[in-house]
Design a protein around this ligand. Structure first.
Ligand SMILES: NC(=O)c1ccc[n+]([C@@H]2O[C@H](COP(=O)([O-])OP(=O)(O)OC[C@H]3O[C@@H](n4cnc5c(N)ncnc54)[C@H](OP(=O)(O)O)[C@@H]3O)[C@@H](O)[C@H]2O)c1
Length: 286
């Protein structure tokens, strides 16, 4: 039996992994939330790992509020950087493979084509900087690691852009959505499946990989597609805005090139609009 610790298990990714866990023969998951397993508590992390036997740790825990992070850098770094470091050190000590999730926001967004794993990082907001520091700690402390950078994550769980758009559209509110940034919306269920596939296939090609759904969109395109796919909503109240003021700067282009993950890890990625449909149907029937 392969044993896997999942941190941050009440988040989007953690919840999607919970959904597929029962179908994973030969894999035994332990799901932990921040209430019982705070990754930023170094002593707790060390004690926990030395008392239990895990083969893998999936770090789905993170401080993900990009806006809030600008005013709360200390906590963003405590969780995204120090938390990742604590896990990486404990994984290294106990010969555990760490699957750590990172972000497209490690890039500055100035590149005009999709970012590859070898492109220079240069975060332009606190969240991105804290996640980059986390990556660096993981690389330094734990040789057996996968860092999966992903982008624009949404799902049927938690807080995300998709749910915000649906909430406002259902309330009949006008929606003014920016065309200033381009990225790739990613269904968290797919990210969960890829993460678990690394374990099932016992992949050993450690390193940094990019994973997102295929294609690209602006936030406006994403909102437009959400409303178009919904059976009872329309795009009537949706308008484009070039600039939407935010505390955090956002990369203009953060599309990730997923070629390495496809080639080296043998993973698949599907068109973002098709994968959006799957979450839309879950939300429309629940
Ligand atoms: N969401 C995106 O658009 C996006 C884009 C690119 C990359 N990513 C990355 O993808 C990964 C998964 O994101 P997600 O959307 O699933 O995030 P999420 O829904 O915000 O889930 C993160 C979970 O971590 C928990 N957590 C926070 N601090 C913790 C701590 N100290 N110890 C243990 N758990 C803690 C959170 O609990 P509370 O909610 O109670 O604080 C939450 O349940 C993250 O690494 C994120 O940086 C996300």
């Amino acid at each position: 039996m392969t044993t896997i610790l999942v941190t941050g298990a009440n988040g989007q990714l953690g919840s999607c992994i919970r959904d597929i866990a029962p179908t994973c023969e030969g894999l035994s998951f332990v799901f932990t939330t921040k209430e019982v397993f705070d990754i930023s508590n170094k002593q707790l992390v060390q004690d926990y790992f030395s008392n239990k036997n895990f083969d893998y740790c999936i770090n789905a825990a993170a401080y993900t509020n990009v806006e809030q992070a600008e005013k709360d850098a200390e906590n963003a770094f405590r969780i995204n950087a120090e938390g990742a470091k604590n896990l990486a050190e404990a994984c290294a000590t106990n010969s555990i493979i760490l699957i750590h999730i990172s972000t497209d926001y490690v890039f500055n967004g100035e590149k005009e084509s999709p970012y590859t794993e070898t492109d220079a990082t240069d975060p332009i907001n606190v969240y991105g900087a804290s996640k980059l520091k986390g990556e660096q700690y993981v690389q330094e402390a734990c040789a057996q690691h996968f860092i999966l950078r992903t982008s624009w994550v949404y799902s049927q769980y938690g807080h995300n852009f998709l749910k915000t758009i649906l909430k406002h559209a259902k309330a009949g509110n006008p929606l003014s959505i920016t065309t200033e940034q381009t990225g790739a919306p990613t269904n968290a269920n797919d990210l969960a499946a890829v993460t678990v596939a690394l374990i099932k296939k016992n992949r050993q090609e450690f390193g940094v990989y990019h994973f997102s759904n295929e294609g690209k969109a602006t936030w406006y395109d994403f909102a437009h597609e959400i409303l178009t796919q919904h059976s009872q909503l329309t795009t009537t109240n949706l308008a484009k805005t070039e600039h939407y003021p935010t505390f955090a700067k956002r990369p203009k282009n953060s599309v990730l090139d997923t070629g390495k993950a496809i080639k080296v890890l043998g993973i698949e990625t599907k068109d973002w609009k098709e994968r959006l449909r799957s979450v839309m149907s879950i939300l429309e029937t629940t």
